[in-house]
Unconditional design. Structure first.
Length: 550
């Protein structure tokens, strides 16, 4: 049975002025919806937005304090925060700056795992990729780790898979597990709860966000304003720090997202943004306030570093998608989306592909109606319409780099169709994996069937192949497949056990609210939030489950 979405959570704060304490998760406030957006094409526009490093981050020496309880930031409430920021700017008569996968440049994406390795050194790699099919794809459980049971919902965002270690965020700590038997390899206690994490890996390092302290009776929702970089193989916190707002005095900037591109770590949120050197935490740059009132919504990393930047006063705001120099923060190119598009996400930085819900026309709660493909000069190359509701990508309300179920490669974007009734005698539902050409914006003839009562979700590219996960029916285990991009032929890399205990453990994790990591015959599915179960009679809940090829 799939895990239901977590309840609405309070915002992290940090919008400039002190915020009233929001209600607890069990009593979410009413969230106003953003105004309807108007469709249309944009035009390129160069926009000054970044300057020399200012207000350098405070970099701290790693420590190992004890663990404890906390909270999680939820997306829809960020809309409220954005509105409050905008009103404050207008009333105050001034401007603040605020700020909210791919491979190359020394960076690999952790979405689905790393792109190298094989399950069997003697087995041939699937054409176009490096992941090799084992002689027997039948897998067995590696380790299932029980879920923590805090009274309140706590975020445990972040999971990474290297050649030797699986790393997972836990309650006020991060733990590394070896890939031989799943045993604990190292444990990194944190001074507070994790409140964000990047999926990208660079030089076996990755970045997390954590709160300024543990919750107390006086401050139940500490701000998410600390950035840290972890060595994924050793478990060392290489550095941690924060950034000061150029207009907010000594108060640290609150963040909601963090990303990595090459040797740059960039974090953003509704009260500011900043960038640091991956190796030592040295401050690189912060967004520059300009006469247009522009501010950063957030960043996306991977092969390149990109930003979504909002400019102007309500109701005449515009949204810019820019590719940045990761070292200086200066824009290399800039594309202006059409008026009325207030929020968007970035699903690829090279090529730059922006997802938006234009005119509130997205169907089936996907949060995306159109994809905008932008070339290196900042010109619109193509526009892909997904508003018919036939496809099933997913983008949240405000986060920039949190879209899912879309993978870019081979000059295409791969995504699943919406689930529909199967054609056979089974009553189960199914779907397909299809693609659109980024040059033309048109649908291709590519099609890979999930199979009767399975549903397919793309995880990442493996060379020119697509690695995908097939959620199983009630009486079978899930599958990891490699799909040849030329023939769309599927090669089974892993088929999980159908026995009741393992199947029910796997079925706890839905494609909408879980993190999937596959590499070299190892597969991990993990939660992003944990809390005490509502019933002690339910099946045991797991922080993550994992499988290994036989």
């Amino acid at each position: 049975m799939s895990t239901p979405p977590p309840p609405q959570q309070p915002p992290s704060g940090g919008f400039g002025a002190p915020q009233p304490v929001p209600p607890p998760p069990s009593m979410p406030p009413t969230v106003p919806q953003p105004p309807a957006q108007q469709p249309g094409y944009g035009y390129p526009q160069q926009q000054p937005g970044y300057g020399h490093p200012q207000q350098p981050a405070t970099v701290q020496t790693p420590a190992r304090p004890p663990a404890g309880g906390g909270n999680v930031v939820r997306t829809q409430l960020m809309i409220v925060g954005a509105a409050l920021v905008a009103m404050a700017l207008i009333i105050g008569g001034g401007f603040w700056y605020v700020s909210g996968d791919g491979e190359g440049g020394g960076t690999t994406t952790a979405e689905g795992g790393t792109p190298s390795g094989s399950a069997d050194p003697k087995a041939p790699a699937a054409p176009g990729g490096t992941e090799k099919a084992p002689s027997n794809p039948k897998s067995k459980t590696l380790i299932n780790v029980p879920s923590p049971q805090p009274e309140d919902v706590i975020a445990v965002d972040g999971s990474w898979l290297t050649d030797s270690t699986y790393v997972k965020s836990d309650v006020a700590k991060v733990i590394g597990y070896n890939l031989v038997d799943g045993g604990k390899k190292w444990e990194l206690p944190l001074p507070a709860h994790v409140c964000g994490a990047t999926k990208h890996v660079s030089d076996n390092k990755s970045a997390i966000l954590f709160q300024e302290g543990m919750p107390t009776a006086e401050k139940k929702y500490p701000q998410c304003n600390q950035v840290g970089v972890i060595d994924l193989n050793t478990g060392k916190l290489l550095w941690s720090g924060n950034a000061k707002s150029s207009t907010g005095g000594d108060r640290p900037v609150a963040f909601s997202e963090v990303t990595i591109s090459g040797q740059t770590v960039a974090a953003g949120g509704l009260s500011g943004g900043a960038a640091w050197n991956l190796a030592d935490g040295k401050s690189l740059w912060t967004p520059k306030v300009d006469s247009e009132g522009c501010y950063d919504l957030g960043y996306a990393g991977g092969e390149a570093l990109a930003v979504l930047r909002k400019c102007g006063r309500i109701p005449n705001q515009s949204l810019l998608a820019q590719v940045l120099d990761p070292v200086t923060g200066a824009p290399k190119s800039s594309y202006k989306l059409s008026p009325g598009i207030e929020w968007a996400g970035i699903i690829s930085t090279k090529p730059l592909v922006v997802a938006a819900d234009v005119g509130d026309t997205a169907k089936n709660a996907t949060g995306v109606s159109d994809l905008f493909v932008v070339d290196d000069a900042g010109q619109l190359k193509s526009r892909i319409s997904l508003a018919a509701g036939t496809w099933a990508p997913e983008c949240p309300a405000t986060e920039v780099e949190q879209c899912s179920k879309m993978v870019v490669g081979n000059g295409k974007v791969y995504l699943p169709t919406y689930e529909h009734q199967g054609s056979g005698s089974s009553v189960g539902r199914t779907n397909e994996l299809v693609s659109f050409d980024l040059e033309t914006g048109k649908a291709t003839t590519d099609r890979a069937d999930a199979g009767e009562s399975y549903t397919i979700t793309p995880l990442r590219m493996d060379g020119s192949n697509v690695i995908a996960y097939k959620s199983p029916p009630y009486n079978k285990g899930g599958q990891i497949v490699s799909i040849d991009s030329k023939t769309m032929k599927e090669t089974i890399l892993m088929e999980n056990p159908p026995e009741k205990t393992g199947q029910r453990a796997e079925a706890q994790f839905s494609a909408d609210h879980s993190e999937f990591r596959y590499h070299n015959g190892k597969f991990f599915i993990s939660r992003t939030n944990v809390r005490k179960p509502y019933s002690d009679k339910a099946d045991p809940e797991y922080l993550f489950v994992s499988f290994t090829a036989s």
